[in-house]
Ligand binder design. Structure first.
Ligand code: NDP
Length: 324
């Protein structure tokens, strides 16, 4: 008798829409493998999939990363073995005890990265990797503003950039979270209202920041633009407080000939090579101590709704995982 199950959103809405349904053990097709999950990462994008901000057909699968072991291998798959430990970042569907998935999404896990650590780090850390190294291409000595700096992606951005010699100004929603961001390497960490942020930043560093890393969206949008130096770069990479209101390109001109990008991880890890390179850079940073992943919260997979309530309620710090 199988006890395997998958969690889906039966309709778009609150955490109560998350329901369990039995999971068929599908034999992998060509180029697929079946992975038995041990740990699953919780990410803000899971909430967008549940609420319908990022719509998908119902019932909507949830979850974009997991780690575990390979328990079945389809035809034509090369380079993977039964029992091998792997992790992956994917489209929705990882809130499950087991999943059949394209083999080229899998990343072999090094011995130093256990399954919980992989699930806590891959989507968030590969996001930090592409944002810092390839999207911003920010250099030592430049100044970065990071919002939600004690959050999953935020605390990795802070640590990694500090280790690279980039000056980090952190912003977070409470004094306790700001203290965490400061301990992670931020030069200063503020928990002021968003409208006070540009003034405090200019008091600290004159012209403003070179890059704003903004995953908060609606609430922080104006503060991010107003905190940038002339010709600075606004990276709007998420909507935790809601999507920013429509704006005019003229606003970029008025604020100092700013650059704006709205990047997505999946465009920066579009090929197996890019996925592996991004993961390798992250795992190296974890192994050399530049990035230390904090698992702030663990929930049982079946209790994913509680994880969503905590994440949406700004109650979490660091990474959140579901255990199987
Ligand atoms: P976090 O752990 O950062 O949680 C979100 C944080 O946002 C909260 O803890 C809170 O921090 C802050 N926040 C501010 N206002 C609100 C609000 N009204 N409601 C909820 N949270 C609020 O989440 P993740 O690390 O999973 O994701 C961070 C952001 O990065 C998200 O927007 C996510 O969508 C985005 N993302 C984008 C990717 C991409 O490819 N573009 C890939 C991965 C993540 P505080 O209290 O300190 O303000």
């Amino acid at each position: 008798m199988t006890t395997d199950f998958q969690l889906v959103a039966k309709a778009f809405g609150g955490p109560e829409m998350i329901v369990s349904r039995p999971c068929e053990l599908v034999a992998p097709g060509p180029n697929e493998v079946r992975v038995r999950h041990h740990a699953i990462g919780v990410n803000f994008i899971d909430i967008y999939h549940r609420t319908g901000l990022y719509p998908q057909p119902l019932p909507a699968p949830l979850g974009g990363e997991a780690a575990g072991v390979i328990e079945a291998i389809g035809e034509s798959v090369t380079g993977f073995a039964m029992g091998q430990r792997v992790g992956y970042v994917s489209g929705p569907g990882s809130y499950a005890t087991v999943r059949t998935i394209a083999a080229d999404l899998l990343i072999p896990l090094p011995p130093a990265i256990d399954d919980e650590l992989a699930a806590a780090s891959m989507l968030k850390g590969m996001t930090a990797e592409f944002l810092i190294h390839r999207c911003a291409a920010i250099r030592p000595g430049q100044i970065a503003l990071v919002h939600a700096a004690a959050g999953g992606v935020g605390i990795i951005l802070v640590q990694w950039m500090a280790a690279l010699g980039i000056r980090v100004i952190a912003h977070a929603g409470s004094a306790q979270k700001a203290a965490m961001a400061h301990a992670a390497g931020a030069e200063i960490a503020l928990d002021c209202p968003y409208d006070e942020l540009p003034g405090l930043i200019r008091e600290h560093c004159g012209d403003g920041v070179d890059v704003s890393f903004d995953g908060v969206g609606a609430a922080s949008w104006q503060a991010s633009l107003a905190s940038l130096r002339r010709r600075g770069l606004m990276i709007s990479f998420g909507n935790a407080s809601g999507a920013p209101a429509p704006f005019s390109p003229g606003d970029l001109s008025k604020a100092g000939s700013l650059f704006l990008t709205r990047p997505t991880l999946f465009d920066y890890i579009a090929t197996p090579e890019e996925r592996r390179e991004s993961a390798e850079r992250l795992f190296n940073a974890m192994e050399n101590g530049s990035v230390k992943i904090e698992i702030g919260q663990r929930f049982a997979l079946a209790d994913a709704a509680s994880a969503h309530i905590a994440l949406e309620g700004r109650k979490t710090t660091g990474s959140t995982i579901l255990t199987v």
